[in-house]
Design a protein around this ligand. Structure first.
Ligand code: PLP
Length: 353
């Protein structure tokens, strides 16, 4: 049976990528597996360089003073790494979801954090807007897409200070002027590859301004100096991410995938709005194109709906415990056909009820 994988992360990857990655496990270079070659071998150094340059190319950031790194420790390690590398006096954070809140908690270990705005009291069902960003702060931190609540920033404030963002769940999904951001980080397992590596894209000129000593593994400058090979990188995760980035480039890049992502989002949200059995969680204007969150109006239908979904091969749509209901994650590699399959089940439920 065809599986429709709506998992929020780790999540669906293109089939062709999975096939190439599987082959490389058996034979990547002259009979040697990607899992057993040296990360200093020419064939892997080429993979790392290719992955780094594809990331910058796809975001339109080549030749603009940015460096791409593939690090470990997940996006969660970036919560503290950002603070260690950039926080001197004070920073401003937008509290738009659980991940943003966690980033604030980590940064608070080092200094006083100013929350420029928060939607916590509304269980994060919208993106705060109309706030001011103090110009004497070190940086402004925000989450572009709130994976758990299904909200996404559609526009970005003009910031007088460096803009730092967690783009874990919508990087490479839409066209933006990425040069408005000074540091972007994203765990690979949402929209780029398997778990195990985190992409960091940083404008070099914002670094080197704090007075504290930074442990080597936590220091962006150290990783940049060693071309993202300061220690053994997660070779398989980097290789598979590179394959996914190459897949995206061959498809026509971010512009082409954005059109697909728009179609998928329009389809699911129109069903949520037109089908009286379902209700969207996030306010309409802030709805995420990546994670659609919704609930059943009548909880008694849950068992029927869950069974119908399972029978149609739909997997991974359970909502996060802090929201309940359902969450359909529609990352780049999820096809429009998968969304059609889900929408069909939703409308079938309506005809049955
Ligand atoms: C999943 C997620 C994280 C956490 O990523 P890890 O790699 O598990 O640390 C952080 N931020 C956002 C927006 C996420 O979706």
């Amino acid at each position: 049976m065809i599986k429709h994988n709506f998992s929020a992360g780790p999540s669906v990857l293109p089939k062709s990528v999975m096939e190439k990655a599987s082959k490389a496990v058996l034979d990547f270079d002259n009979g040697l597996s990607i899992l057993e070659i040296s990360h200093r071998s020419k064939s892997f150094v080429d993979v790392m360089e290719n992955a780094r340059s594809l990331a910058l190319e796809l975001l339109g950031l080549e030749g603009k003073g940015y460096k791409a790194l593939f690090l470990q420790g997940g996006a969660s390690t970036q919560f503290l790494m950002v603070a260690l590398n950039l926080l001197e006096k004070r920073a401003g954070y937008l509290n738009s979801g659980t991940w943003a809140d966690k980033a604030i908690k980590e940064a608070k270990i080092y200094d006083d954090i100013y929350e420029v705005a928060s939607s916590k009291s509304a269980n994060y069902n919208y993106i705060p807007k109309g706030y001011d960003i103090p110009e004497d702060y070190d940086y402004f931190h925000f989450t572009t897409n709130n994976t758990i609540f299904g909200t996404q920033m559609k526009s970005f404030p003009k910031s007088p200070i460096p803009m730092v963002c967690d783009m874990s769940s919508d990087i490479f999904s839409r066209q933006l002027d990425y040069s408005q951001f000074d540091l972007i980080y994203a765990g690979a397992q949402k929209n780029m590859g398997p778990a195990g590596t985190t992409l960091v894209i940083v404008k070099e000129d914002i670094l080197g301004k704090v007075s504290r000593k930074i442990p080597s593994m936590m220091d962006y400058k150290v990783h940049i100096g060693k071309s993202s090979m300061f220690n053994t990188p997660p070779v398989f995760a980097v290789y598979t991410s590179m394959l996914t980035l190459q897949w995206l480039k061959d498809l026509g890049g971010v512009k082409a995938i954005e059109e697909e992502n728009d179609k998928k989002a329009r389809l699911i949200y129109s069903e949520i709005d037109l089908n009286p059995l379902f209700k969207g969680f996030a306010v309409k204007e802030d709805r995420s194109n990546m994670n659609a969150t919704f609930t059943l109006e009548n909880e008694n239908l849950k068992e029927t709906f869950d069974t119908m979904c399972a029978e149609a091969g739909i997997s991974g749509i359970n909502g996060h415990r802090s929201v309940g209901g359902y969450r359909a994650s529609m990352y780049n590699a999820l096809s429009l056909d998968s969304v059609k399959a889900l929408v069909e089940v939703m409308s079938e439920l309506e005809s049955k009820a």
